[in-house]
Design a protein. Structure first.
Lengths: 198, 285
């Protein structure tokens, strides 16, 4: 009985400690420290070049999964990122937003290029073979699906709303959620560019 | 529209775990060897054999097939995965009373050299007694469900591969311990750690917080687990619908497993010649 109570107390303390670990970092968005692996992928960028994580070394990378015909979530998120980048100290010069299409059938490189450029010069569309896309989505535990096409050939696509942020060394640092305001994203990106650990 | 290639791809491990393969396949192989060596009249009935193999097959299926992918990206699929890991699979394995068969299946040299000294080691015995304490075991069983369903912890567990593994393995190992304790075929006088009567009581008591939690998740009109929206769902299903189904799975089938466990024990109690030892002294052991 006494042993039982001791263990119970220990378990509760451990639970409280675990709960306390979250969100004490001072970042506005969710800290990914220790949760996700460093940036790694092999894809084709929207100008047809084979690219990997090394291509974007020394830049803050914002990784987002979506598709160009997305009616709401993708344009909203990308516009918010464009605004946040514009307000950073270097006006986004040290950052790259990598927009990975989960709908490569409809998103040709030309279409991706036009779509990404419409948000700004730092925006790059990435497209991969099914294997490359699976490796990248699996690495960041991202889910997506393509529904059954209707009479017009349109289909519903599901994808995540989070933006994975990596620092210049490729380490995973932050997860930007839809509830994070533009001002908060800007503050986090400036802090990241200044090289503050956390 | 049956497509063999798709079906086979579904069965391939999404994230291969050698430990899961060794545990599931090893248990079944050991059991099969034990059955082959056992005199026919001592072999357990077909029902118990099916329960043992079915339990491990279910555990392997939710951990190591494409089911695991869907469990990472749909809340209610994750709840089914945990129902199998924490309740159904271990329940079936414990219901099979596999220990005599497994013991026979063990190569005697392995048993003599490693397992028996390990089992007799005071540290092992202390840890086992502690985890199987009448208070610790149900608190741990229910506590793990609440821990991993705490929204902030759940969020990180779905982002981090190591945390995700820790979550699933803790559910499986604790499930095996809990149901082995609850469905122990022996009575208190034959060496079980807890008497039949107190076990019925503990099973029903441990069910109540799960009903409350499942009902809360199922009925609260607000998204509690936004990680599935953040990382993307495996198919188009509204977040609240996903959460409601997940809550119902946490609530009803889980509670049913506890009622079923209590019925198994009550049946055994009625068949036993002597009544169960329900005296308070039987509780503290």
């Amino acid at each position: 009985m006494r042993r039982g109570s001791t263990l119970l107390a220990a378990a509760l303390a451990a639970g409280a400690a675990l709960a306390a670990c979250t969100d004490t970092s001072g970042w506005h968005s969710h800290s990914l420290a220790g949760l996700m692996p460093a940036l790694a992928f092999d894809m084709t960028d929207d100008s047809g070049r084979a690219v990997s994580a090394r291509t974007y070394r020394d830049r803050t990378v914002l990784l987002y999964f979506g598709y160009a015909s997305c009616p709401d979530e993708c344009p909203t998120t990308l516009a918010r990122l464009a605004q946040a980048l514009e307000r950073t100290k270097d006006r986004g010069a040290g950052s790259a937003v990598l927009f990975v299409t989960v709908d490569p059938e409809r998103d040709t490189l030309a279409r991706l290029h036009e779509y990404a450029q419409s948000f700004g010069a730092q925006f790059v569309g990435l497209r991969g073979t099914p294997q490359q896309l699976e490796a990248l989505t699996k690495r960041y535990r991202v889910g997506y699906s393509r529904g059954v096409p209707d009479a017009k050939g349109d289909y519903e696509v599901t994808h995540g709303t989070g933006v994975f942020v990596f620092d210049g060394t490729g380490r995973s640092r932050l997860l930007v959620l839809p509830r994070d305001s533009t001002a908060n994203i800007t503050a986090d990106l400036d802090r990241l560019a200044a090289g503050i650990a956390g | 529209m049956f497509d063999l290639k798709t079906a086979l791809a579904f069965l391939l491990p999404w994230e291969f775990s050698p430990a899961a393969l060794v545990l599931c396949a090893g248990s079944v192989l050991l059991y099969a060897r034990g059955l082959a060596l056992e005199p026919p009249q001592e072999r357990p009935g077909i029902g118990r054999r099916m329960a043992f193999i079915g339990g491990w097959a279910a555990i392997y299926f939710v951990m190591q097939t494409r089911w695991d992918y869907f469990s990472q990206h749909m809340f209610f699929m994750h709840r089914i995965q945990h129902l199998v890991l924490h309740h159904l699979g271990p329940f079936l394995v414990a219901f099979a009373r596999p220990l005599p068969v497994l013991e026979r299946g063990l190569p005697s040299s392995a048993a003599e050299r490693t397992l028996r000294p390990l089992w007799r080691n005071p540290a092992t015995r202390f840890a086992y007694r502690l985890l199987q304490n009448w208070l610790v075991a149900p608190v741990l069983f229910v506590g793990l469900i609440f821990l991993w369903l705490t929204p902030s912890i759940h969020f990180d567990a779905m982002l981090s591969a190591p945390l995700y593994l820790a979550m699933n393995w803790s559910m499986l190992l604790d499930g095996l311990l809990f149901w082995a304790l609850m469905l122990d075929p022996r009575t208190r006088s034959e060496g079980a750690l807890i008497g039949l009567g107190p076990r019925v009581f503990l099973l029903l008591l441990a069910m109540l917080p799960q009903i409350v939690l499942g009902a809360y998740i199922g009925l609260v009109p607000r998204e509690l687990f936004d990680v599935y929206a953040v990382c993307g769902r495996a198919w188009a299903l509204g977040p609240l619908m996903d959460q409601s189904i997940g809550g119902l799975i946490t609530w009803i089938p889980a509670a049913m497993m506890h009622v079923l466990g209590a019925l198994v024990l009550l049946g055994r109690w009625m068949r036993a010649d002597q009544g169960p030892s329900a005296r308070p002294s039987a509780l503290t052991g």
